[in-house]
Design a protein around this ligand. Structure first.
Ligand code: ADP
Length: 532
């Protein structure tokens, strides 16, 4: 297969390799997309978690004017013990609780609550002794510490990666850390959407939170490292997938080549047969897989059959030519002798009779040949009907008894008591019995015995024709069912070697079988036909 005629693109190998590659690329793309989205989502969640942590810290400082300590944990209001909350409410009945912190120090453990009452912000703390402390909070006083905490937190990650802004509801800046150059300053951040990704370069993840007093806290964190990590993952993924893809295509090609090798061998053999007409060529089975092996076996047996058929056809053609030439030569001889002899009408009449007889033999032979061929190739439909074998054999017996008597033979019939029924074509079965009886009587000398038996066994009717004739030599036994085959010993007797071929063809068409056993003392032909 040359590359320049583009035939390679139409080969199964190329198509298999291409499909492999496409399938692989598609599944790789889908899995990459899923993994990428999962990684991106989990990295964004990590960033959001970090931003929430910053929000808590800023809020704590903003409310308490104190640095967020590890043991000050914001807790849900339900976690605050009911008696502590009740004590605080007794102290300040209008209290609207905003936040609660749990302080679990080494010596003390208490809850601090921050809330509103009369439009003012208070911090209430119930200590273990039961005393409730109250403190008014002035958030404006806390701004310097908030600013400082902004600075400290920015110092940890760098001002290009992290920024904080505290704004009034109308967008006036109360406090802010230095803003990264890439970040477009938004004077009025929208707190309705808590987390947003700003598509700058690098992108920023921003949390915007409206505080209890209306002020807005905005904290942004660069997604530079997230982006870099995703880019790295993509690079690793595409490099790996690329190399696996190339490998996959190569493997696909090699696998397809291996599987297709059996077909290529078949093709080479078929081409050879087309060009040379040599049907003896066989393709070796190389275990390329059951399907290919079966194909190779089928091809080989098809070749063997064709070879056998052609050989048989050649023999048959030879035999036909031979069998037709003899009577034709005979007819020509008779005609020449008659024409060159005395011109008497009686001689012409005799010649015409001989010619008619020879012609009738030839017509019979040709008809039998046609019948064999049609029966073997199922061209002739067999009109099967329920057939009673007992009466059919009795009729045949009555018909042939005269002939046997003429030849001085003892002909006997043995029928079972029960009726034997088969499903068959009556005329064809009569042809079988007639052919077998013809032969038995023909090949049995005067004083010999011919017997016709009918029995049943294993769901089969068995028609047996036995004789005490000359028998068939062992070397001829396997050939007697072939067309035109005649044992040397029988060449002096009339016949054309087609009778047993016809018997064999008819029996096979009825899904039965015919067997022969023969010794010098006689022959036994048995026809097995399925009972119905
Ligand atoms: P034909 O009888 O016309 O020669 P058949 O096909 O009927 O052709 O038989 C083929 C050959 O088988 C015969 O020529 C003969 O040699 C052998 N044969 C068949 N039947 C018998 C038999 N009963 N006894 C001996 N030889 C037989």
């Amino acid at each position: 297969m040359s590359w320049n005629n583009r035939g390679i693109f139409r080969t199964v190998k190329f198509r298999v390799a291409l499909w492999y590659a496409l399938l692989f690329a598609f599944s790789a793309a889908v899995s990459f997309l899923l993994v990428f989205l999962y990684l991106r989502g989990s990295m964004l969640r990590q960033t959001d978690h970090k931003l929430t942590g910053y929000t808590d810290k800023v809020l704590y400082t903003y409310l308490t004017n104190d640095k967020f300590k590890r043991f000050d944990r914001e807790v849900p209001l339900e976690r605050v013990p009911a008696n502590a909350l009740e004590a605080m409410k007794r102290r300040m009945p209008d209290l609207q609780v905003l936040l609660a912190f749990e302080r679990a120090g080494r010596k003390q453990h208490y809850y601090t609550v921050i809330g509103y009452a009369d439009g003012k912000l208070y911090e209430l703390r119930r200590e273990s002794g039961g005393t409730v402390f109250t403190r008014r909070i002035q958030t404006a006083d806390h701004i310097p510490l908030v600013r400082k905490s902004f600075r400290n937190m920015v110092a940890e990650e760098g001002s290009s990666n992290l920024f904080f802004r505290l704004l009034t509801p109308d967008g006036r800046v109360i406090a802010q850390s230095p803003l990264p150059q890439a970040y477009p300053v938004n004077a009025n951040p929208d707190p309705s959407e808590r987390f947003r990704t700003i598509p700058t370069s690098p992108p920023f993840r921003v949390v915007t939170e409206r505080l209890f007093d209306g002020n807005i806290l905005e904290i942004g964190r660069s997604l530079y490292y997230v982006q870099r990590r995703l880019e790295l993952y993509s690079l690793i993924f595409f490099t790996t997938v690329g190399s696996i893809l190339c490998l996959g295509v190569l493997c696909g090609w090699l696998i397809a080549r291996k599987f297709i090798s059996g077909v290529e061998r078949l093709n080479a053999a078929a081409q050879h047969i087309i060009q040379s007409g040599d049907f003896s060529r066989r393709v070796p089975v190389r275990h390329d897989g059951i399907e290919i092996d079966n194909l190779v076996r089928a091809f080989n047996s098809m070749n063997a059959n064709t070879e056998k058929l052609i050989t048989e056809l050649q023999h048959i053609t030879d035999d036909i030519a031979h069998d037709l030439r003899t009577p034709l030569t005979r007819m020509r001889g008779m005609a020449e002798v008659t024409v060159s002899g005395p011109q008497e009408i009686a001689q012409y009449r005799e010649m015409a009779c001989d010619v008619a007889e020879e012609c009738s033999k030839m017509v019979t032979m040709i008809n039998t040949m046609l019948e064999i061929t049609r029966t073997e190739s199922n061209l002739e439909t067999i009109s099967e009907s329920r057939l009673e074998l007992n009466s059919l054999l009795r009729q045949a017996y009555e018909l042939y008894q005269l002939l046997a008597e003429e030849k001085g033979q003892i002909f006997s019939l043995n029928l079972p008591e029960e009726t034997v029924m088969i499903s068959a074509d009556k005329i064809k079965i009569q042809r079988i019995v007639a052919n077998l009886l013809d032969n038995a009587i023909k090949f049995t000398p005067e004083g010999g015995f011919v017997t016709l038996d009918l029995t049943t066994a294993k769901g089969m009717a068995e028609i047996r024709v036995s004789d005490t004739g000359c028998g068939i030599p062992p070397q001829d036994l396997e050939n007697i069912f072939k067309r035109f085959y005649r044992a040397d010993s029988s060449r002096t007797l009339p016949g054309n070697g087609l009778g047993l071929s016809l018997v064999h063809a008819i029996v096979e068409a009825h899904h039965g079988k015919v067997t022969v056993e023969s010794t010098e003392k006689g022959s036994v032909f048995t026809v097995f036909l399925p009972l119905c």
